[in-house]
Write a protein that binds this ligand. Structure first.
Ligand SMILES: C[S@@+](CC[C@H](N)C(=O)[O-])C[C@H]1O[C@@H](n2cnc3c(N)ncnc32)[C@H](O)[C@@H]1O
Length: 253
């Protein structure tokens, strides 16, 4: 087995692999109470369209047919709620996230939406899932995988907990490939977003990390290769908004 590198990236900084998760946890602990508002402000609401595209691809049954979704790194529950609202009565979701503050906000939102019977929240690390093999019909992860220190380990775990025939969908920021838009996006990301973060959450550094971590995330073809290495079949992706985000898909067959 290849030796695992002892270092990784936290944004643009090289940090010991063992330190990254605690640093990521500090970021989301700091921004949890304003996380959803910031998503709307940063993306001018467009994150809603990206998430809607993920739910369209997931296509949960609109019937009584049992269907169990794992929404990994699900934070405040956005994806699970959208899936529940699109699905039939057989639908259940578990939002699994490592951050207690994000989960706390998620539970409050579930109650406000009367979804607490269909969406539950579990504290857990994507690298060591506490679920049995072949538990879920589908797994989603939105804007979460780039925060996980050992992505290949999390991908193997996702594969393990999916039922044969189960689908994995991953929404993540990608690389803008439209001339003109790339420069604008760069300027916006590195200048406006941290400042917006400072004004809304009092924490510019966390948003600087989030922007930098986007640049460090593998290109779609490289991520698709990682999915294949973890066992996924039919790994493919679609880009949206000129490459700002990519929706990856793979199956456990
Ligand atoms: C950018 S938020 C995404 C939240 C939600 N999926 C959404 O789209 O709004 C990233 C989430 O990943 C979670 N996370 C980071 N590392 C994790 C890990 N190792 N296991 C599980 N969740 C993790 C964070 O706590 C945070 O809630």
């Amino acid at each position: 087995m290849a030796q695992e590198s002892a270092d990784t990236h936290f944004g643009f900084r090289e940090v010991p692999l063992g330190d990254k998760q605690a640093m990521v946890d500090d970021v989301f602990r700091s921004v949890a109470h304003r996380y959803d508002l910031m998503n709307d402000l940063m993306s001018a609401g467009v994150h809603r369209a990206w998430k809607a595209a993920m739910i369209t691809a997931l296509n949960p049954p609109r019937s009584e047919t049992p269907f169990t979704l794992l929404d990994l790194a699900g934070g405040t529950g956005d994806i699970a709620f959208r899936a529940a609202e699109a699905a039939g009565t057989g639908f259940r979701a578990i939002v699994c996230d490592i951050n207690a503050e994000m989960l706390h906000v998620g539970r409050e939102r579930a109650t406000a939406r009367h979804l607490e019977d269909r969406v539950s929240f579990v504290d857990g690390n994507a690298e060591r899932l506490s679920f049995a093999d072949k538990t879920f019909d589908a797994c989603t992860i939105a804007f979460g995988i780039r925060n996980v220190p050992r992505i290949h380990v999390a991908l193997r775990e996702i594969y393990r907990v999916l039922k044969p025939g189960g689908r994995f969908l991953c929404l993540e920021f990608s690389s803008v490939d439209m001339p003109g838009l790339d420069k604008l996006y760069e300027l916006y990301s590195f200048n406006i977003i941290p400042e917006l973060g400072r004004m809304v959450t009092g924490d510019a550094e966390s948003y600087r990390y989030l922007v930098e971590s986007i640049r460090k995330f593998p290109r779609p073809n490289a991520f698709a290769d990682m999915m294949r290495e973890a066992g996924f079949a039919r790994a493919k992706w679609d880009v949206m908004s000129g490459g700002i985000v990519a929706l990856h898909s793979g199956w456990r067959l």
